[in-house]
Design a protein around this ligand. Structure first.
Ligand code: G6P
Length: 368
C-alpha cells in the first residue's frame, strides 16, 4: 500500500528511498528518443512556450526552492528570462509583469492557499499559467491553463523529499521544451540533457548507499545550535533546501548562503561550534567555492563537503568530504539534494524529534 511505511521507520525515510522510482515514473511517457514530449504539458503548451518572453515562478516552501533551481536552468539552458518569488510576497505587492509572461506555479499538494491566491491575482495579466503539481485532482490543477503532474506518489512526511526531486525533473523537462520552442536549444543538447535525466535514478541509488556514512556524522550536528549551508549557482537553492530540511525536522537553526556572500556577513559567525555544509560538485565555480571553504577553515569552521572526485576537495582535519558520484553539471542539483535529506533525517533521529510530524508545521497549508 502506497501510504504505509513498508518496513521503514518513518515515511520520510521511505520517501527518500523512493526517489529513484518516483523519478522514473515522472519521466515515463514524457521523453522518447532523446526528446521531450512537449504536449506532456498540455495541448496548448507548444504555442505558449513559443510565445513566452518571460517566466514568473510562484511557490512556497520546498516548492519555491525547486523554482529557484529552475530559474538558473531557464536562463542558462533555454535563454528565457525567469523570476521566482514566494507566493505570499508576490500576492500582496504591486507587481509589474513583463509582456508575454508565462506563470509557472509549483506545488506538491496543489492546495497551498498563498500559491492559489497568487495565481488568481495575476492570471488575467499573464500569457497563460502552467502548474507543476503532484495531485491531479487539486485546486491548482483545476485553475491552471496547463498542468504537469509529477508522479512522486503520495507524500506523507511533512518535510518534502520525493516531491522536490520530481519537481526538479519536471522543471528540467519544461526548460527543455521551452528551449526547443524558443529555438534556443539544439536537438543535440536536448538529447544530452534528456539522457542525463534518465541517468539520475541510478545515481540516486549510489547516493542512497552513502546513507551509513552520513548517519555516522549525525551526532556531530545534534548538539549544535546553528549550521550554515553553502552552494553557488544552481547549487545555492540546493543549499537552501538542505537548510530548510534541517530546520523543519531537527529544529536546528540553519541558514543557506551563496558562498560568494560569506565575506559580507556570515563569516563573522563562523567558529568551531557552527558546522558548515557545502555542496561542491566540479563545475565552473568550484575553484571559487574552494577558496570560500578556505575562508571558513581559516576561522576554525568545521566543514562537511559533498563533492565528486573531479572537484578534488581534500579531506583533512576539519574537512570531512563525502564522495559523490560524478554527475553532469546541468542535473547535479537533483542529485546533491539527496545527501542533505539524509543528513537532516539522521540528525533529527539523533535528537529524537518527530520526523514525520514536526512541531508547528503542516503538510498542506490551506489557510493563510
Ligand atoms: C508546507 C509543507 C512544505 C511544503 C510547503 C508548500 O510548508 O510543510 O513541505 O513545501 O507547504 O507546499 P506545496 O504543497 O504547495 O508544495
Amino acid at each position: 500500500h502506497a501510504s504505509s511505511k513498508a518496513g521503514y521507520k518513518h515515511y520520510m525515510l521511505k520517501e527518500i528511498y523512493e526517489q529513484p522510482q518516483a523519478i522514473v515514473r515522472t519521466l515515463a511517457g514524457r521523453v522518447s528518443h532523446g526528446r521531450v514530449a512537449v504536449d506532456a504539458f498540455g495541448p496548448q503548451a507548444a504555442e505558449l512556450l513559443k510565445k513566452a518572453k518571460h517566466i514568473q515562478i510562484l511557490a512556497c516552501g520546498t516548492s519555491y526552492h525547486a523554482g529557484f533551481v529552475a530559474k538558473y536552468w531557464f536562463e542558462a539552458i533555454a535563454g528565457v528570462s525567469c523570476h521566482v518569488e514566494v507566493a505570499s510576497e508576490f500576492r500582496y505587492r504591486t507587481t509589474v509583469l513583463p509582456a508575454d509572461t508565462l506563470l509557472v506555479t509549483i506545488s506538491q499538494s496543489g492546495e497551498t492557499a498563498d500559491t492559489l491566491a497568487a495565481l488568481r491575482e495575476v492570471k488575467s495579466r499573464a500569457l497563460g499559467s502552467l502548474c507543476i503539481c503532484n495531485v491531479p485532482t487539486s485546486t491548482l490543477v483545476r485553475e491552471s491553463d496547463l498542468a504537469f503532474i509529477t508522479h512522486a506518489g503520495p507524500e506523507i512526511g511533512v518535510a518534502s523529499t520525493k516531491a522536490f526531486t520530481t519537481q526538479l525533473v519536471a522543471l528540467m523537462l519544461l526548460v527543455l521544451a521551452a528551449g526547443r520552442q524558443q529555438g534556443t536549444l539544439s536537438a543535440e543538447r536536448e538529447q544530452t540533457i534528456v539522457t542525463q535525466l534518465q541517468g539520475i535514478p541510478a545515481l540516486v541509488e549510489q547516493v542512497l548507499a552513502m546513507d551509513p556514512a552520513i548517519e555516522r556524522i549525525a551526532d556531530e550536528f545534534a548538539e549544535k545550535h546553528h549550521t550554515l549551508f553553502l552552494g553557488r549557482g544552481a547549487q545555492y537553492p540546493v543549499a537552501m533546501e538542505g537548510a530548510l530540511k534541517l530546520k523543519e525536522i531537527s529544529y536546528i537553526h540553519a541558514e543557506a548562503y551563496p558562498a560568494g556572500e560569506l565575506k559580507h556577513g556570515p563569516l563573522a559567525l563562523v567558529d568551531h561550534d557552527m558546522p558548515v555544509v557545502a555542496v561542491a560538485p566540479k563545475n565552473d565555480l568550484i575553484d571559487k567555492l574552494k577558496s570560500n571553504l578556505q575562508e571558513v577553515r581559516a576561522r576554525a569552521g568545521v566543514l562537511y563537503v559533498f563533492a565528486d572526485h573531479n572537484a578534488d576537495v581534500r579531506e583533512e582535519p576539519g574537512i570531512k568530504v563525502f564522495s559523490m558520484p560524478t554527475v553532469a553539471d546541468e542535473v547535479a542539483p537533483i542529485l546533491y539534494t539527496v545527501p542533505l535529506q539524509l543528513l537532516s533525517y539522521h540528525v533529527a533521529i539523533t535528537k529524537g524529534t518527530d520526523v514525520d510530524q514536526p512541531r508547528n508545521l503542516a503538510k498542506s497549508v490551506t489557510v493563510e
